[in-house]
Design a binder for this molecule. Structure first.
Ligand code: SER
Length: 336
């Protein structure tokens, strides 16, 4: 009989690490983690770790034979800036890798006779506003508006939402009975900020990068204009949203991809916060044309009322608590 477990892919990324910490604290379930890299030292012993590539079908088949996955948190992905440097690779990993894992989860659901929950971090990058005027007018975006991504990352996220929905609702082999299907659920995250890890390869990274550089007294050149505004959320709320959505009764869900957010800040406001909290901060603005165009296409805010209504979503950290209780003290401590 194979062992029941939870699977976290991309565990070495920012969300993956925070998620594993949270499961390790509960210490209730077997957690299998998967990444190209070995586990960071501080996470050693907190999971059964498998080093490998999400595109390795044999390895996925082996994992599937060994474990009965109840919930899969599929965090492995290339982020939006890296994806623009390497669009073909971003497509391979983010789209093809996810589809391989969806197929595995579909097979497991059928074999277990139980819907495997597949939790997927989608993104603000699924949206694409055509110009700044439209972005000003359509300040707060609902799930069904402006899904016209401008990056390979955004395209793959939106595509995987659709394929996840397909495997959850429509997948049926010709001539066969209705199968037990997987249960795909996605969160469209805003920019995420952790006090304990620094992002790499994203386009919302200027927010966290500014704070982490300021705390170290390092000069920072922000790659977007001061007036740029997008939504953000801190990592404890990201983990909370993943766990709450995973636990929500299926009959309460009215969609398979939910916006979640906490607060919106402009890059100028980030700079003010960084300078007020870390007086040695040296921040200048040196916008990069490509990265600027990406954030200009992302909405200034997300309408997360569906998540609030359907499964009681509410962030614990508004902007004051996020900065005053979580980010500034922990970042200060980190670089002391
Ligand atoms: N944080 C991501 C990025 O910047 C967006 O979801 O790519």
């Amino acid at each position: 009989m194979s062992e029941k477990a939870i699977l976290i892919t991309g565990v070495c990324g920012e969300i993956g690490q925070a998620l594993l910490e949270s499961f390790a604290e509960q210490n209730e379930q077997t957690v299998v983690t998967f990444d190209l890299k070995p586990l960071p030292d501080k996470l050693q012993g907190k999971s059964t770790h498998v080093e490998g590539n999400i595109l390795d079908k044999d390895l996925l088949a082996q994992l599937s034979a060994e474990y009965e996955f109840e919930v899969i948190y599929h965090m492995a992905a290339l982020l939006s800036t890296t994806g623009e440097h390497k669009p073909a690779l971003a497509h391979e990993v983010n789209a093809c890798g996810t589809v391989e894992l969806l197929k595995m989860a579909a097979g497991q659901s059928q074999a277990q006779g139980k819907r495997v929950r597949f939790i997927f971090p989608s993104s603000i990058a699924v949206y694409g506003l055509p110009d700044l005027e439209t972005k000003r007018k359509h300040y707060r975006i609902h799930e069904r508006e402006w899904t016209e991504p401008t990056t390979m990352y955004g395209c793959t996220k939106l595509y995987c939402e659709k394929v996840g929905n397909y495997y959850s609702k429509y997948f049926l082999q010709l001539g066969k009975e209705e199968p037990v299907r997987l249960d795909f659920r996605a969160l469209r995250f805003p920019g995420l900020i952790s006090a304990f890890t620094v992002p790499s390869g994203g386009t919302s990274d200027y927010g966290p990068e500014m704070l982490h550089a300021a705390a170290q007294g390092k000069p920072y050149a922000c790659f977007v204009r001061p007036d740029v505004r997008i939504p953000f959320m801190v990592m404890p709320d990201a983990v909370k949203s993943l766990l709450t959505l995973a636990a929500a009764p299926q009959e309460n869900l009215s969609t398979r991809a939910y916006n979640v957010t906490s607060f919106s800040l402009s890059a100028e406001e980030f700079k003010e916060v960084a300078q007020n909290s870390f007086p040695k901060a040296e921040i200048v603005f040196r916008p990069d044309v490509k990265r600027q165009s990406i954030v200009d296409s992302w909405p200034a805010d997300l309408d997360d009322s569906a998540a609030r209504q359907d499964w009681g979503w509410e962030p614990d950290y508004d902007v004051e608590r996020a900065l005053g209780e979580y980010l500034v003290p922990n970042i200060r401590e980190r670089y002391r």
